[in-house]
Design a protein. Structure first.
Length: 101
């Protein structure tokens, strides 16, 4: 397997997804107002669903990068910086699931 090519493609996908996520966040910040109609709220809700889908895709591609790319899971599984980066995101994900129910 060509690990360098896999790492390149996964890195490109990871970064493009992050830029798309930033674009959706910018859209939401620009659209949300105090005086929103029901249609506006539904539109923001649909866009926010894409925000969640992209966030999951970013995590999936990121873990794929950690497992299948050049350094491999052996490097990342014992890397404290990797887990320090992942842990707050996992906590926010769990918190949002509990608050949403």
């Amino acid at each position: 397997m060509n690990y360098a090519a896999a790492d390149l493609h996964l890195a490109i996908a990871h970064h493009l997804l992050i830029f798309l996520l930033a674009g959706i966040l910018a859209f939401e910040i620009g659209v949300i107002r105090l005086t929103m109609t029901g249609a506006d709220i539904n539109r923001v809700g649909r866009v926010d669903a894409w925000y969640g889908i992209l966030a999951l895709a970013i995590v999936a591609v990121g873990f794929s990068r950690a497992i299948f790319a050049a350094k491999g899971w052996g490097y990342y599984s014992i890397n404290g910086f990797f887990w320090a980066k992942i842990s707050p995101r996992w906590g926010c994900c769990r918190l949002s699931q509990q608050c949403g129910s």
